[in-house]
Every structure is written in structure tokens, then in C-alpha cells.
Design a protein around this ligand. Sequence first.
Ligand SMILES: NC(=O)c1ccc[n+]([C@@H]2O[C@H](COP(=O)([O-])OP(=O)(O)OC[C@H]3O[C@@H](n4cnc5c(N)ncnc54)[C@H](OP(=O)(O)O)[C@@H]3O)[C@@H](O)[C@H]2O)c1
Length: 303
Amino acid sequence: MSGILVIGGTGFLGSAIVCELARRTASADFCFTLPTRRRERAKHLLVLPTARVVDADVHDPATLARLMAGQDAVISLVGILKGGEGEPYGRGFARAHVELPQKIAAAAKVAGVRRVLHVSALKAATDAPSGYLRSKAAGEAALMAAGLDLTIFRPSVIFGPGDSFLTLFARMAKIAPFFPLAGAEARFQPIWVEDVAAAVADSLFRSESIGATYDLCGPTQYSLRELVSYASAISGHPRAVIGLPQAIAWLQAWAMEFIPNGPMTRDNIRSMRVASVCDAACALPFGRSATALELVAPTYLHS
Ligand SMILES: NC(=O)c1ccc[n+]([C@@H]2O[C@H](COP(=O)([O-])OP(=O)(O)OC[C@H]3O[C@@H](n4cnc5c(N)ncnc54)[C@H](OP(=O)(O)O)[C@@H]3O)[C@@H](O)[C@H]2O)c1
């Protein structure tokens, strides 16, 4: 039997990856182990016959060692957008994006699991303007230093049913008469969740991907203003978008940090100072073409 440990496999992207892998391996003897902090939130994955959802604290080295034992590969997907303030990054980012990859690398080495696939973020860099991007870069570096058979994926923002991006704008358009928007001119090159899942699944089975880092983008670049206008129009609630001046945007983000699950932080604003777009012509690995946002978004944004 082949065992794949998917850490962060219960989330938006992780669920798509696990479904894609389960589909591709349906006739083979595979088992996907998905640790979670809250099993009841992963109900949608319990129906997969080859997925095993387990309550586990992946930050605990002993638990991680137990989960890693006997696996053939690990997919590392844990990521957060709110990790607090701090230099070079807030405590939450340090724990989820840096210390966890370090622990994964250590546990993988002890268990003899050589193959690791890791999802980072486009434009992660040690000198990036946000703690999110700096911590993602540190996580990549920790895994690279471990000498494993590593593949890294760096997506721009990801869209698809259940995303916290276009879906959020479409939902807000239902209740808000207009959008006062921070970072309205920030650039993104959104990629469909199924394209990311396919890239990860392809890579798992192709040794050419070992040592590779793939920047993953969709076919088109947009400003945040364009994406918000589009999502609100497609959802049937077209709304005017009003770009906020920097000082007001900053104040708004600071105030939102006090709201549980608030939609924006100051660190998010800093992240948007770098264009989340592919520098070179974007090509997905293994000759795949990225799917246009306009082909997919209407299928799940229509109200
Ligand atoms: N979505 C995007 O637009 C996007 C763009 C670029 C990069 N990425 C990266 O892609 C990865 C997956 O993103 P996603 O959108 O699928 O995220 P998501 O839906 O929020 O899922 C996050 C996953 O990580 C787990 N997790 C979150 N915080 C954790 C913590 N502190 N400790 C342990 N487990 C934790 C969650 O497990 P539980 O079941 O325990 O909640 C869940 O399985 C992340 O690394 C993210 O940075 C995402």
C-alpha cells in the first residue's frame, strides 16, 4: 500500500488535491492520511474510501512522527493569512509557515520519507514587504535545507467553489451598497483550484519535478478592483468599487484586526504591495494550460 500524508489536506486547496489524487489512484492501493484540528469540518472528505481523517496536533513532534511512520510521501499545505505583527514575521506565521515545515522536514528524515511536496505562495521572499510572504520564504528554505526530494508550488490567489476570495466578494455584494476597497490597484493572476490540484498530483507521480519550484498563475492578470467588480456583477449584484486612500485603508485594516475573522489585516495590505503575478509567460508544469477565470467563476458565483 502507498501512504500519502497530507498536512493541511482538509482545507480549500487540500480537499481538491486529495479528491484529485483519490480519483487518479482509485484502482490502486493508496491511503491518504489527513490530520485536522476539527474532524467535523472535514465531513466532505469522509466519503472518500481511501482518505483517513484523523484528529491530530501536527505541531506536536511525537504526533507528527506517528503520522509520518510508514508513509511514502508528504504533502505540506498548512497556511494562514493572519499571523500577527512582528519582525521578520508575527508569531502565528512563525508557527504555521516556518516551525511546522521545520518539524515536517525533521520527522520526514527520521521516518525515511524522502518525497515532500510543499505549497508556498507566489512572491514569497526573505525581503518581501509582509510577514506572510517572508515566513513563506523561510518555510521553503527550511525544507530545501533538509535535503529531501522536494517540489515547491507557489500559487497566486486561488479561485474555485469554496474560495475565500471571489466567493467573499460575491457574498459581500449582496449586503453592501458599494465596496470601499483597500489595495484596489493590487495585481493578481488567479489560478483555478483544479489546475493547482492537477499540478500537485502530476508532480507526485513524476520524478522530473523533484528539486523544482513551480510558480502557478492563471492565464490573465487583473487588478483587485477588476476582480471585485467582476465577482459582484456575476453574482447578480453589481457594485461600485471605491479605492481607499492608503492611510484610510491602513486604519480600516488595523480596526479589522480586532474583529474575529475580519476580512483584512495590515499584513495583507503589505502583501498586496507586490504584484502576485508570474514574471515570465506563465506555463503550468507538464504542458498543462491554465483555465480562464471567466469559464469557471460564473458556475459558482451566480446567486
Ligand atoms: N487559497 C489561496 O488563494 C492560496 C494562494 C496562495 C497560496 N496558498 C497556500 O495554499 C495552502 C492551502 O491554502 P488553503 O486556501 O487551502 O487554506 P485553508 O482552506 O485555510 O486550509 C488550511 C489547512 O491548513 C490547516 N491549518 C490551518 N491553520 C493551521 C494551524 N495553525 N495548525 C495546523 N493546521 C492548520 C487546516 O486544517 P484544519 O482542518 O485543522 O482546520 C486546513 O487543512 C496554504 O499554505 C496557503 O498559504 C493559498
